[in-house]
Design a protein around this ligand. Sequence first.
Ligand SMILES: Cc1cc2nc3c(=O)[nH]c(=O)nc-3n(C[C@H](O)[C@H](O)[C@H](O)COP(=O)(O)OP(=O)(O)OC[C@H]3O[C@@H](n4cnc5c(N)ncnc54)[C@H](O)[C@@H]3O)c2cc1C
Length: 403
Amino acid sequence: MYDITVVGAGLAGLQVARLAARGGAAVLLVDARRSVTECVRTTGIFVRRTFDDYPSLLPFLGSPIRSIGIHSPAGRSIGLVSDRDEFRVGRMKPLYEAILQQAIAAGVEWRPNTTYASLRASRGHSEVVFRDGSEVKTRFVVAADGSRSRVARDLGLDQNSEWITGVESVFPSESRGVPRFDCWIDRRVAPGYLAWMVDDGEDMHVGVGGDRARFDPSAALEAFERRMRKEGRLAARSPIERRGGLIPVNGVLRRIANARGLLVGDAAGAVSPLTAGGLDACMRLSSHAASVLLDALRDGVALDRYDGCAFRSRFASRLAMRQLFNLATQSRALIEIGFAVGGTAVARRLVRHVFFGRGSFPDPAQPRRKCHGVRSGKTTFLPIPGDKPDTVGRKVVFPDLTP
Ligand SMILES: Cc1cc2nc3c(=O)[nH]c(=O)nc-3n(C[C@H](O)[C@H](O)[C@H](O)COP(=O)(O)OP(=O)(O)OC[C@H]3O[C@@H](n4cnc5c(N)ncnc54)[C@H](O)[C@@H]3O)c2cc1C
């Protein structure tokens, strides 16, 4: 029997599996994909707060980006340059692979090509059934199976109800060495969200995101690429990769744990409803999840302190701003007025706050850490390296991620 079965090996599942195994738990990690590098579903933009707090991600991130531009349908622009490194684009395939190798080194049993099918509750444990007919027994189940989580449904926990669709093409860089991030507010190609172009000097990602009821993502991406070519921002090359997926924008869900398991990453709705960024939450919420699971295995502490309501209150302003953004961007005239006053200090401060603010996924309460190396049944649970931050001066630094 496993202590923990993690379904889904995206960033959220990898992080929780790696940390739980390092803490001494017997962990099974499964994914429907044949490898963690197959079918990447993210642009991979990491915000400053994430690489400040997890500096060991840096070898897997591209050059820093300090310049952003926001553009209106009629071509008005607001440009801002930060005096700090605000964004870096992850090299997601090597990053996923490195965390997987660390997880395996920590003792995680990795089963690719294994699709979750259903869950049966037994006394004190669950039986996880896979599509190939095999089954495992496990004390806890972690739903890391993304934005439309079947595991969340089968655990009887909350499920996402609101999504945007994001699709993008990846091209070789055309920035000639000036990394920048540009966004377009234009409901014709990105109703309810944004179109983007991010180029860090190595890769260029060109994408659109929007309300799935209001647009055809592939057609919108084609139209956006055509427009970028016409404006001379994109050469007539073919993409080297296509990425896409559903992004939950309902804010973190309320009921994300019960006696049988818990939700992490997109399955928990842990994505900013305003920026649609979820990578920071994958790192932070999964670290918290590993800590809560280890406490439960070690001391029998209930998982109920892993509570979405504790985070949800911090999402209120972002949900409100998303509603406001949705309303304001319905009208092209309103957008253009917004850009016309974009030079004002107030408008620039707002843009600066959204793009350069340190706001990201709220920090979970510091893990309760009662004892070290305590025996529980056959398993010895050790403190979790990589979970407990070290304090260097006034800055919190999370230990190394690299193998
Ligand atoms: C196009 C796009 C661009 C984005 N860009 C950014 C960005 O730049 N910055 C940012 O912060 N966020 C971004 N996001 C959001 C961010 O990518 C996600 O929040 C984050 O990757 C979620 O990670 P996850 O591990 O929870 O889920 P996922 O990465 O989706 O992983 C879920 C895993 O579960 C597996 N799985 C699903 N069902 C089953 C099953 N039945 N059995 C077994 N395995 C299963 C899948 O194969 C997958 O590997 C973007 C999202 C999209 C769609």
